[in-house]
Design a protein around this ligand. Structure first.
Ligand SMILES: [Fe+2]
Ligand SMILES: [Fe+2]
Length: 265
């Protein structure tokens, strides 16, 4: 199938693709087309309220999810990797949704370059975890998953600053806080293949938080508002709960996150 002419339309095509392998392949194709100039126009498009997804996994409310305990057995390791696979599939759609939803003629090209790179990497992340699940005799879709990430996307669909505050700068930053502990648990199980997958994801996620921080500050400058006050306000309004400590200060620093954003005043 030929690829759409504009980046916004191409992003919508990815969002409307239910099969994860097809979503990944199309993400890589669109990213290549953007980088080579085969797609040169950003355009505008209305993304779907919800992305197309496979029939499985069954989606539950976060509060209805079974509790996970560590990584101390094969079923627990599979559950952990399955949860990561689900986050990464959401992350693909979140990146394309941000591109389509906030595509506007006055946004700089560098904005789209950054988010296309993020989308491309999220697609690679899901593929890595799905392949690891396969090696362990499981598959994405075997277990239920929660829909919390898309609920956050819907709550922040009206405002770029709300979206950047909650998705990269709360949720992905939280990923930086919790991933080292997951890696340690997998090391204790001598699961070096899963460790390598999570380490790759962790290293690249620092870059995603950095992209979120860069464009959050850029947009605050453009609107002539204070980034710290605005971040805290957006988190109160659209995330709705306290930020959870402990924070991974080293990783957040590496991403350029300002401590005054998240540390108690
Ligand atoms: Fe990711
Ligand atoms: Fe990410």
């Amino acid at each position: 199938m030929p690829i759409p002419d504009t980046l916004a339309d191409a992003a919508c095509r990815v969002l409307n693709t239910p099969n994860p392998a097809c979503k990944i392949a199309l993400s890589h194709r669109v990213a290549d087309a953007w980088r080579t100039g085969a797609i040169s126009e950003v355009g505008t498009a209305l993304p779907p309220d919800r992305p197309a997804r496979p029939e499985k996994p069954e989606l539950k409310f976060p509060r209805d999810m079974p509790r996970r305990r560590g990584a101390g057995s094969l079923p627990n390791r599979i559950a952990l990797l399955h949860a990561v696979a689900h986050i990464e599939l959401n992350a693909i759609d979140l990146a394309w949704d941000l591109i389509a939803r906030f595509a506007a003629p006055d946004m700089p090209r560098a904005f789209f370059d950054d988010w296309v790179n993020v989308a491309d990497q999220e697609a690679a992340h899901h593929a890595l975890v799905a392949a690891r699940l396969h090696d362990l005799g499981a598959a994405y879709g075997d277990l239920p998953a929660h829909d919390g990430l898309w609920l956050s996307a819907q709550k922040t669909a009206h405002d770029l600053l709300a979206r950047l505050a909650v998705v990269p700068l709360v949720l992905e930053a939280r990923g930086l806080d919790v991933t080292p502990d997951m890696i340690e648990k997998l090391k204790r199980q001598d699961d070096t293949a899963s460790v390598a997958v999570l380490q790759t994801i962790y290293d690249e996620e620092i870059g995603h938080v950095a992209v979120g921080q860069r464009w959050f500050e850029w947009e605050c400058t453009r609107r002539n508002i204070d980034p710290v006050v605005t971040y805290r306000d957006m988190v109160d309004r659209y995330y709705g709960s306290e930020l959870k400590e402990p924070f991974n200060r080293a990783a957040r620093d590496a991403a350029g996150m300002i401590p005054a954003f998240y540390e108690a005043p």
